[in-house]
Design a protein around this ligand. Structure first.
Ligand SMILES: Nc1ncnc2c1ncn2[C@@H]1O[C@H](COP(=O)(O)OP(=O)(O)O)[C@@H](O)[C@H]1O
Ligand SMILES: [Mg+2]
Length: 153
C-alpha cells in the first residue's frame, strides 16, 4: 500500500488551523498512520528540500519552514501520493484548483500552507527524515478498509 509524507507548514500552525486542515484530511477519508509536531531546523530543512538547495528561493524557504513548528504526517492508501497532491493543489496557490487546500488557505507560493511528497521515491526519503519506523502505526484498520474487505472489488 502506498505511503506519502505530508506537512502542515508554519503558516497553518501560526494561524491556528491545524485542526481545520487535519479535519479535512479525515473528512476525505485519508488514513493517518503517523503524526507529530516538529520545529524544523536548518539541517532538517536542507535534507527535506535537498533538491532546492542553491535556488534563488531557497534561503526564504528555509526561513519560512524553520519559523514555527510544522505538523508532520504519514498517510497511507491506494494512489495516495497523487491523490493528496491534487487535494492540496498546485504549488502556486493562484494556480491551485478551486476547493484545494492551497486555493482555500494560501495566497502566495512561499506561504503555501502544506507539503506533500511528489513520488514514491520522495515519499520514502521524506518519511525517513521525519519518522523512525516505530513511530508509524500500521497495525489497525479504518472503516473503509474493513468495508472493502467485506464487499470486495
Ligand atoms: N518561486 C518560489 N518562490 C518562493 N517559494 C517557493 C518558490 N518555488 C517553491 N517555493 C517553496 O518551496 C516549496 C517546494 O517547492 P516545490 O517542490 O517546487 O513545490 P511543491 O511543494 O508543490 O512540491 C514550495 O512548496 C514553496 O513553499
Ligand atoms: Mg516538491
Amino acid at each position: 500500500m502506498e505511503r506519502t509524507f505530508i506537512a502542515l507548514k508554519p503558516d497553518i500552525v501560526r494561524r491556528g488551523l491545524i485542526g481545520e486542515i487535519t479535519k479535512k484530511l479525515e473528512n476525505k477519508g485519508y488514513k493517518i498512520i503517523a503524526m507529530k509536531m516538529i520545529h524544523v531546523n536548518e539541517d532538517i530543512a536542507s535534507q527535506h528540500y535537498a533538491e532546492h538547495v542553491g535556488k534563488p528561493f531557497y534561503p526564504g524557504l528555509v526561513k519560512f519552514i524553520t519559523n514555527a513548528p510544522i505538523i508532520a504526517m504519514v498517510l497511507q492508501g491506494e494512489n495516495v501520493i497523487e491523490s493528496v497532491r491534487k487535494f492540496f493543489g498546485k504549488t502556486n496557490p493562484q494556480d491551485a484548483e478551486d476547493g484545494s487546500i492551497r486555493s482555500d488557505y494560501a495566497q502566495i507560493t512561499r506561504y503555501n500552507s502544506v507539503h506533500a511528497s511528489d513520488s514514491p521515491q520522495s515519499a520514502e526519503r521524506e518519511i525517513a527524515i521525519y519518522f523512525k519506523p516505530e513511530e508509524i502505526c500500521e497495525n489497525w484498520k479504518t472503516t473503509y478498509e474493513i468495508m472493502s474487505e467485506e464487499i470486495g472489488e
